[in-house]
Design a protein around this ligand. Structure first.
Ligand code: ADP
Ligand code: MG
Length: 704
């Protein structure tokens, strides 16, 4: 279809790219791979960067790797016969000289490179000090009768795609922008938001992005901070917020068991548990327990994230929630990402609940067939009230009598599918209440953006009497000194020690080997200390055995891989050595370090790094030495590494953003969040339109 024949009311959202000149089925197929079908999809395919052919640069001002236009006079050209025959041409402007190198050339080209000839040259610059060169520059002879080959606007460079050249992208985009001018798309951002954030019109923004004028601010362009790009980023962020809020509202359309009990303030069982404890709940624990209990009493499913630094006491809060459900006659499932952690939870809960005559069951792959059978029976009959396990809890064949609440520890380690599987175990016609826990503190603004579909409770206080862990950093050259220090700690001070081997990029196998050789070395050098070894290759019951021995004080030193990162709780362990801490992110180091400092004696952490450290690693280690506050560490981690790592599957699966960057664009978020709330209250139709434009086919994720 020729563009001129298009009807006046066409909608670029539905107009296929094949309506553009030069786009046949082959090109369409390649575009499809980039998820580009409509002309509007194409317009949302943004340049990666830009080239500047709008002005002539001086050679001396060029940076290595830059692509630029220069105007030069030839000084000398000669054919060189090295490994490969090449034509080398020395040329210069008033600022410096440059070498052009051609591996493919003909006689004619060679003859043009006469001494004194003038050319415009465009190409990628290589610079070593003051030596400049270009390989195969595009040359245009300077000629008094023709103008310089300058362009009016910057040249967009699109993300590379096999078989689609930059020239064809530009050709398609020129047509697409022309169409956009004739058939503008709807402006979906409400006026007040446009004003608050000073954002331009959507159509003008798209046209600008594909062809920025020559006076565009290059610094803003490189950092994606031009008003035009900010306009798209804002709309994307709004779409993301809206979709999360819509999902959250949807929860209210579902029914869940009302988990109400008779007690005032706290139920009978909750009061009973509190009486057993040798300490009182902190104010923060009490506050978040109340928030959770209130949710459980509603006839709609709870979806709440419980955040708290390592050691903040999330397990007890979970126990309070569990007792609320159990007293109301429902079962509770607690899911942990590793068998070790699940087992530890099982032990804590059994220790609290069995004296109260609440049967607890453990479900994991290490059970024997007959143990598994009897566990499944008691889950199905309703005899088991609390069921602890790994993802085995939600596999086929596990039938619950009456499941009301699911508690998920370290939720960021589970994917969308596992959460879906879990939901299916709810009683007919009802949805589960879900409590997610995480010890990876996420800065508040980021949490509100990423978890806008959930309610968030934060335990922002540690139990009293904890002494902050003292952290030192030592180079691996001081290893022997550190080992001596361990000797004193174990023998004279009766302390227990973790020795953590981290080799995050290597295979698990190599990691286990590293732990094994560290354990051997320690055994040899410290004959009076009892050394245990814990790594991912051990069978579950072997792991358990080692862990139990360490807990009971039958081992002095536990050499482990990062398997101990989450949740392991041995209060008498008060010294931790972390090998190669430079390989880990801050949050992970903080998690590891959280294994010590749980008792009342002062704890120490030694970061045993490999010399020399990169600047980034130095910065991270410095943060670890300076603070024990998980939220401060999270902010720094975010700054040093970006949000992707921190959020795990959340970032990649559920809320992947194309243009926005939650760290860089954080200042946009408050206004956008406010707008999202207003729209949902006042203009649901527009809210859905925005989601449709940005999430379109990704809406299938919505019902998670
Ligand atoms: P996390 O939040 O990291 O999961 P845990 O629930 O494992 O922390 O608690 C860490 C330790 O603190 C446990 O030994 C637990 O018994 C203890 N603890 C929890 N709450 C309190 C409290 N209010 N006072 C004193 N100790 C507490
Ligand atoms: Mg925990």
């Amino acid at each position: 279809m020729a563009i001129s024949k298009l009807a006046a009311d066409i909608n670029l959202e539905n107009l296929p790219c094949t309506s553009l000149k030069g786009v046949g089925p082959k090109v369409a197929e390649k575009l499809e791979k980039l998820h580009i079908q409509s002309v509007l999809d194409l317009l949302f395919h943004l340049p990666l960067r830009y080239e500047d052919r709008t002005r002539v640069r001086t050679i001396a001002s060029l940076k290595d790797g830059e692509r630029a236009l220069i105007k030069v006079t030839v000084e000398l050209a000669q054919v060189k016969f090295g490994k490969r025959r090449s034509l080398v041409c020395r040329a210069s402007d008033e600022s410096a000289s440059i070498d052009f190198r051609f591996f493919y050339f003909n006689k004619g080209q060679q003859q043009r490179m006469q001494r004194g000839a003038e050319f415009y040259a465009f190409g990628e610059v290589r610079r070593f000090g003051f030596q400049f060169s270009m390989v195969h520059p595009e040359l245009t002879a300077v000629n008094p009768s023709t103008a310089a080959p300058l362009l009016e606007s910057l040249t967009p460079i699109y993300p590379a795609t096999e078989g689609l050249h930059q020239a064809s992208f530009r050709h398609m985009m020129r047509q697409a922008v022309a169409l956009l001018k004739k058939h503008p798309i709807d402006n979906l951002l409400p006026q007040p938001l446009l004003q608050t954030l000073k954002l331009p019109d959507i159509n003008a923004s798209l046209a600008w992005i594909h062809s920025p004028p020559k006076d565009a601010d290059l610094v803003q362009l490189q950092s994606n901070q031009t008003p035009a790009v900010r306009r798209l980023i804002s709309e994307e962020l709004l779409a993301q917020q809206l979709s999360l809020l819509l999902q959250r509202n949807q929860q209210k359309d579902y029914s869940a068991p009302v988990l109400k009990n008779s007690g005032k303030g706290s139920g009978k069982l909750q009061a009973q548990l509190l009486q057993q404890l040798p300490f009182q709940l902190t104010k923060a624990q009490q506050r978040v327990s109340q928030e959770i209990i209130k949710d459980l009493e509603q006839p709609h499913p709870m979806l709440r994230l419980l955040q708290g630094d390592v050691g903040a006491g999330k397990t007890l809060v979970a126990a309070q929630a569990a007792l609320q459900a159990i007293e109301a006659g429902y079962q509770v499932a607690i899911m942990a990402p590793t068998e070790l952690l699940a087992d530890q939870h099982y032990q804590s809960f059994a220790q609290w609940f069995e004296p109260m005559n609440i049967p607890c069951v453990f479900l994991a792959s290490k059970l024997t067939a007959s143990q598994r059978k009897s566990a499944l029976e008691s889950i199905a009959s309703g005899e088991a009230k609390l069921i602890v396990g790994t993802h085995a809890l939600f596999q086929k064949g596990v039938e619950y009598h009456k499941l009301g609440l699911a508690i998920i520890d370290e939720q960021h380690r589970f994917g969308v599918n596992q959460r879906l599987m879990l939901k299916q175990k709810a009683p007919d016609g009802l949805q589960l209440h879900q409590l997610m826990m995480t010890a990876t503190p996420i800065p508040r603004t980021l949490a509100m953006t990423v978890y806008a579909d959930m309610d968030v409770s934060i335990i922002d206080e540690l139990p009293p009497g904890r002494t902050p862990v003292q952290t030192v950093a030592l180079s691996d050259q001081k290893r022997d000194q550190v080992i001596k220090r361990i000797q004193t700690a174990c023998r004279d001070e009766n302390r227990q020690v973790y020795w953590v081997c981290t080799l995050i990029d290597e295979s698990e196998e190599i990691q286990c080997q590293a732990a094994e050789s560290a354990a051997n070395q320690l055994t040899q050098q410290l004959p009076n200390c009892r050394v245990g070894l814990l790594h991912g290759r051990l069978k579950p019951d072997q792991k358990q055995l080692v862990m139990d021995k360490f807990k009971q004080g039958d081992l002095d030193i536990l050499v482990a891989t990062t398997v101990i990162e989450v949740g392991v709780d041995v209060p008498n362990a008060s010294l931790m050595v972390i090998e190669n801490p430079e390989r880990l992110g801050l949050s992970q180091l903080h998690q590891l370090r959280g294994r010590v400092g749980r008792g009342s004696v002062e704890s120490h952490c030694v970061l045993l790094y490999q010399h020399p450290l990169s600047d980034n690693a130095k910065a991270r280690i410095q943060v670890m030495r300076e603070t024990n506050d998980g939220f401060v560490i999270a902010e720094e981690d975010l700054r040093l590494r970006g949000p992707g790592e921190m959020l795990g599957t959340r970032q990649t699966g559920e809320v992947s953003l194309r243009f926005a960057n939650l760290v860089r664009d954080a200042e946009l978020v408050p206004a956008i969040q406010q707008q999202a709330h207003d729209l949902i209250a006042e203009n649901n139709e527009l809210a859905h339109k925005i989601c449709q434009r940005w999430l379109g086919s990704r809406q299938e994720f919505a019902d998670v």
